[in-house]
Design a protein around this ligand. Structure first.
Ligand code: GDP
Length: 451
């Protein structure tokens, strides 16, 4: 297993959540953590034993602030580096002043998730556990929190490691059988290999997709509405790019586009449909029926209403499967538009006023979308809080390779060997084996600073 080496400078950050609290914690990690914490509090911390605490005063300009130092010398710490925490009163300006002082003394401001990244690089936790830290932070319900805590405690990692170990053994035996076939040595036979692969497949953690269908990989959220309401602009705002072609010419989205997006830990397959205009010719009739088909498979329908035009009751009240929410769009040019006008037509469905063009209100829509799933109001959308999109994809990849391996072993071990290796690579990546800097950046980017 390849692991990158942990960085060797000393980082610092406020690790308590922003805002007032009973106590604020400023955390240091790195080789100079003890020295910097010691200088800031005029203490000699060089001989600190494992997990010790000291009460002291920190001099910040003209004032002396009481605080408690918690010292965790390497390797018995979260990051496996020297870690020092300064606990003081929970005032945000005070915590910032303490941090400033540590930076003056030579610490570097930590990047998002950098403490957890160091815990991973130091071999303290694997990547599945690092992602579980984020899942714990983001959990919105007791159930999600429990799931995430179990992953953090290593439940997912243990299952995946056990599967990896069995695959590794099978890999070695398969390759030995291929290499020594002429000597009549068969460490494993094709049917035995297939049976072992099936057992591994059956015991993989649930939560990834069983096949390629979007329903399995994410909650299908279909953006629907009349032409020019701003569906493509909203699609782009939610997908975070210029994936959909946006135009002021009515009917530009002739087909449909889809993008997979993760919002607050929930994966959505976002679908931008063609506008709902009356058909003028055969092609537009076909496009319209394709759009209706997309709408019929929606688990969530995002109905876009042009605030400047007002709601269309016939469109809004059309029967739809799943949950419905309304985006009252173009509020930037129709600031007087009233959400009640929509609520009167569609009582009980949330209405979010926004401007897809300026981005105002789009975050509220995102919160509403993930909230619908997390509160169980979206039919068929099992939410696996503890699994990140990256992990689901890796598990899917492993499942596909295992299925291929089972099928190919019937034709000979030579063919199965590469599928077994593929399954092992995919499963290992759940734990962070061979994780590149890009993968780590993508994982830790979503963390907050100080974690
Ligand atoms: P679609 O046909 O529903 O996909 O609509 P588009 O996304 O192509 O948008 C139609 C037109 O409305 C384009 O000129 C967009 O720039 C404009 N538009 C979309 N959203 C907004 C908005 O929130 N405010 C304003 N002022 N214009 C918008």
């Amino acid at each position: 297993m390849t692991r990158k080496k942990a960085d060797d400078d000393t980082i610092a950050a406020v690790s308590t959540a922003p805002g007032r609290s009973a106590r604020a914690i400023v955390r240091l990690s790195g080789p100079r953590a003890m020295e910097i914490a010691g200088t800031s509090s005029s203490q000699d911390l060089s001989g600190a034993g494992p997990y010790t605490s000291r009460t002291c005063r920190l001099t910040l300009g003209p004032v002396d602030v009481p605080c408690v130092l918690y010292l965790m010398p390497a390797p018995a710490s979260y990051t496996r580096q020297n870690v020092a925490e300064i606990h003081t009163f929970g005032s945000p300006p005070l915590a910032e002043a303490v941090l400033e002082r540590l930076l003056e003394l030579g610490a570097r401001p930590a990047e998002p998730g950098e403490f957890t990244k160091r815990a991973f690089l130091g071999g303290r936790i694997d990547l599945a556990q690092a992602e579980a830290v984020l899942a714990v932070i983001r959990s919105r319900s007791a159930e999600e929190e429990r799931d995430a805590q179990r992953a953090l405690a290593g439940e997912l990692s243990e299952k995946v490691s056990a599967a990896c170990e069995r695959l590794e053994r099978l890999c070695v035996e398969t390759e030995a059988s291929i290499d020594f076939v002429e000597d009549g040595i068969e460490a494993v036979g094709p049917s035995d290999a297939a049976a072992r692969l099936e057992k591994i497949l059956g015991e993989l953690p649930a939560g990834g997709a069983a096949d390629d269908s979007p329903r399995e990989t994410g909650v299908i959220a279909v953006i629907a509405g009349p032409p020019n309401a701003g569906k493509s602009t909203l699609f782009n705002a939610l997908a975070g790019g210029d994936r959909a072609l946006v135009s002021h010419i009515s009917g530009t989205t002739r087909d449909w586009l889809s993008a997979e997006v993760e919002i607050d830990g929930v994966t959505f397959v976002l679908v931008d449909t063609a506008g709902d205009s009356p058909p003028a010719d055969e092609l537009s009739e076909r496009i319209r029926s394709a759009a209706r088909g997309q709408e019929a498979s929606a688990q969530v329908s995002i109905l876009v209403v042009d605030a400047a035009e007002g709601p269309d009751a016939a469109f809004l009240t059309r029967p739809r499967p799943g949950a419905v929410l309304v985006a009252l769009n173009k509020m930037d040019i129709a600031p007087g538009a009233d959400t009640d006008d929509v609520s009167r037509i569609l009582p009980g469905s949330p209405v979010v006023p926004l401007s897809a063009l300026t981005g105002g209100g789009v975050d509220e829509l995102k919160k509403m979308l993930s909230g619908l799933v997390k509160s169980g109001r979206v039919p068929g959308a099992a939410h696996h809080a503890a699994l990140s999109l990256r992990q689901k994809r890796a598990l899917d990849e492993a499942r596909r390779a295992l299925v291929r391996g089972i099928e190919s072993s019937a034709q000979g071990l030579d063919l199965a060997a590469s599928d077994i290796r593929d399954a092992l690579t995919a499963l290992g990546s759940v734990l962070g084996w061979g994780a590149t800097e890009e993968i780590l950046d993508a994982v830790f980017r979503d963390f907050c600073i100080g974690k």
